[in-house]
Write a protein of this length. Structure first.
Length: 441
């Protein structure tokens, strides 16, 4: 069992350990709790969003006994527990360690890995990237250098469909058939083609090279580098060649990102040797929150009617693989009955929000209540409500941006890095709902 550590301080630096570099990084974890207005907050890193039902049970128990009774999904497929008492941090760490959710105290905040949630399920990706996921997580937890990465640094493992490849990873691996992988640094179109079998090791080398290039503790991500990404990519190529990699430099357009999995039944490729046609269920969680009873329903469905696995998505959803195709529609009805989103026709589809008031002192509004009051027809674009200009947890790509201000709410469309000029809607009357609906299209 892992030894418990004080929840409000980071792990101490060891000889030769560069974790001191990240001392100014305030990203919460499970050993460093964040103090919010609704209590302490713990962020449990779940690489690739993969959870066993036993681990899901542990998270539910912790939310009920130590927190506010809800699990909050993040835009990286992680889980936040809120409303925690600060003096329960040791118990939290011990239980997470026993369940395998905290494999390394020194690396727990750097295990930020998103992965294509339908990889290996629907047959549409170019390869199953789950072996990459387990290998990369093992490499991260085994090395001292990785402890210097900030809690914001992101790895993305894309099976070739372009979903998580569009989420702004610092290091992105994209499958190119079974034999090759594309290594991308940040949003650069210049990339490196490498053997797929060496992809996890290459991703780690790229992250370690970033640490060598970063001039100070303020460079948390590759886009923070003052000289840009080009010199970093050159250095990564040199390091890979020194390590004996066979590689080729190339260019590849950035994926536009099809977004998360469509909600509902995800058919799997039919196996002629299997008399049962398997499928998966893709579900949404209103505002990324799920109560302990709802979570238990999800877990029991995965345990008794699926493969025993839950996959949390960076779009604040859950995929349950391995259900019988003939039972899928009935299971969806059961899950809809407990308040989950099971189809694109739900008014909750594409609606997100930060925690807002009363949980965050910086928020100017209870944006979750405002988003609920403004629910309307499903729009062409997702909408994200933020309680202040920090826009914590906002999506990527194109969306409608709603930000609380002292004068009301600013509404604009976002296209990548470009924001349209916002329009301010005062108050929180029906006019706000109409303005949001018009912006979503």
């Amino acid at each position: 069992m892992l030894a418990a550590m004080p929840p409000s301080v980071p792990s101490p630096a060891l000889p030769g350990d560069e974790s001191a570099r990240s001392r100014g990084d305030s990203c919460p974890g499970t050993l460093r709790l964040h103090r919010a207005d609704d209590g302490a907050l713990a962020r449990v890193r779940i690489p690739g969003g993969l959870l066993s039902t036993e681990q899901a049970d542990v998270l539910r128990d912790l939310a009920e006994r130590l927190g506010d009774g809800e699990l909050h999904l993040t835009s990286r497929g992680n889980v936040q527990l809120r409303g925690l008492r600060a003096d329960r941090g040791s118990e939290l760490a011990c239980l997470l360690g026993e369940s395998g959710l905290l494999p390394s105290e020194r690396h727990e905040r750097v295990r930020n890995v998103v992965a294509s949630p339908l990889s290996g399920i629907d047959g549409l990706g170019e390869r199953d990237i789950r072996p990459w996921l387990s290998a990369l997580d093992g490499l991260l937890c085994a090395g001292d250098r990785a402890t210097a990465l900030s809690g914001r640094f992101l790895f993305a493992l894309d099976d070739g469909r372009g979903d998580v490849g569009a989420l702004g990873g610092d290091v992105t691996l994209t499958a190119r058939g079974e034999e090759d992988a594309l290594l991308r640094i940040g949003p650069a179109q210049d990339a490196v083609l490498i053997p797929a079998a060496q992809a996890p090791q290459a991703a780690l080398i790229a992250a370690e090279t970033f640490l060598e290039q970063a001039p100070d503790a303020g460079s948390w991500r590759v886009t923070d580098l003052p000289d840009g990404i080009g010199p970093l990519l050159d250095a990564v190529v040199r390091r890979l060649r020194q390590a004996g990699f066979s590689l080729a430099r190339t260019t590849a357009p950035l994926p536009r990102g099809p977004g998360g999995p469509a909600l509902g039944i995800v058919p799997g490729p039919h196996d002629k040797h299997d008399k049962h046609d398997k499928a998966a269920l893709s579900l949404g969680l209103p505002l990324g929150r799920v109560s302990a009873p709802q979570w238990q329903t999800l877990t029991e469905t995965a345990r008794h009617r699926g493969s025993g696995e839950l996959r949390l998505t960076p779009w604040r959803g859950v995929v349950l693989p391995g259900v019988e195709r003939q039972e899928a529609a009935e299971l969806l009805e059961d899950l809809q009955a407990v308040g989950l989103i099971v189809g694109s026709d739900s008014p909750w589809t594409g609606v997100g929000a930060c925690i807002g008031r009363p949980g965050c002192a910086k928020s100017l509004d209870d944006v979750r209540a405002a988003a609920t009051a403004a629910l309307g027809p499903v729009g062409a674009l997702p909408v994200y409500w933020s309680g202040c200009e920090r826009r914590c947890g906002h999506p990527h790509g194109e969306w409608v941006d709603v930000v609380a201000t002292p004068d009301g709410h600013e509404i604009s469309r976002v296209h990548g890095a470009e924001h349209e000029a916002p329009a301010t809607v005062p108050g929180s009357s029906g006019g706000l709902a109409a303005a949001v609906a018009a912006a979503r299209g």
